[in-house]
Every structure is written in C-alpha cells, then in structure tokens.
Design a protein. Structure first.
Length: 196
C-alpha cells in the first residue's frame, strides 16, 4: 500500500493533483480546503496517502498532515460515508472547522456541506464527537485548539458532574456566547439547570 509520496508537484486541477515521483506521475485527490497549503507547481511536495483499491478503481487521496488523513479514515468508518463524501466533507470545511462543528453539535453548519443531509450530519456528530478529542486526529494544525475551547471544556466539566453529554450540550448551547470563558459557561449552565 502507498502511504506517502514525495516528489514534484506537476499540476493542480481541483480536486486532483499530479505528483511526479522519479518519473512516475501519481494522480492524487486532495480536499479543496487543503489546496491553499500545497506548494506551487514545479516544487517539491510531501503527502501522506490513503490508498483505496476497489473492483473498479484504484484511488489515492492525499493530505498534508497525518492527522488530516486520520480524520478522513474516521469518516470512512461511518455508515453511509464513502471516500467521495469524506472528501466532500473535508473540502467543505478545513479539519479545525469540522472538529469545531462536531464538538458544538452544529448540525446546521454540517448540512451546508454539499451532499450532507440532516440525518448524515446528526450521524457524524453522534459517532465522531467523542473521538475527535483523542489521538485519532492528533497532528492536524488547529484541531487541539478547537477541541480545547471554552465550550468543549465546559461540556467535559458538566459531564464530570454527572450530566449526560446531550444534557450538557443543551445547557451550554442555551447559555454560552463567544465572549465567555469555560468557567463562566459552567456557572451559567449550572444556574440554568438549577432554575428548571
């Protein structure tokens, strides 16, 4: 299996790039959100690769960081999400934005991605929320910062206090705003819960 390519970037024709490795040209599909991270044509490029071999095709999917590839692979494990949809998801949002949407259970943001309906968005949130904080996506720039934001910290604290994840998320959504610290969100959420 091909796990990494290092060579000269010959062309960028979204969603595909062509990489020359010692005279062999590899066509690699790359999420649109990563095109800005690629060097100009004619320069050296290193990609981590997910190789998919099926009965009818042999495809290479390329990423700049190992964590981006791991996120792609995590998407493939979800029922109803194939390589094309996983690529579309990562094209519609960069990994940090996607992680933020999952952690915030922002189904509306996810359904703005082409091909993602409400049921798929809800499935993504349900199946990925607890996985995105661990080493499964470590190594992607911006992911840890997004996961460790005030809302995520508050949610973890409320869960530690015995609230179910859905309850904690609902409380946070009701009281939090972008200006608040994790402590302020927790305090407001507990006051809200006490007033019910």
């Amino acid at each position: 299996m091909i796990g990494r390519l290092y060579g000269v970037l010959l062309s960028k024709q979204p969603p595909e790039i062509l990489v020359d490795v010692n005279g062999v040209g590899y066509e690699v599909e790359v999420p649109l959100s990563l095109f800005g991270e690629l060097p100009d044509a004619g320069q050296q490029v290193t990609l981590v690769i997910h190789q998919q071999i099926t009965e009818n095709s042999h495809n290479l999917y390329g990423f700049i960081q190992p964590g981006q590839r791991q996120l792609f692979r995590s998407l493939l494990k979800i029922s109803g999400v194939g390589a094309k949809m996983a690529l579309a998801i990562l094209s519609g949002m960069n990994p940090a934005e996607f992680t933020g949407a999952i952690q915030a259970a922002d189904v509306t943001a996810l359904t703005r991605i082409s091909g993602v309906g409400k049921k798929t968005a809800e499935r993504l949130v349900m199946e990925l929320r607890d996985k995105l904080g661990d080493s499964e996506v470590a190594g992607s720039p911006g992911l840890t910062a997004t996961v460790a934001g005030p809302r995520a910290e508050a949610r973890h604290a409320l869960e530690a206090l015995g609230y179910k994840p859905v309850e904690a998320q609902a409380l946070i959504k009701h009281v939090a705003n972008d200006e608040m610290t994790a402590e302020a969100i927790i305090r407001a959420a507990l006051q809200q819960a006490g007033s019910r």
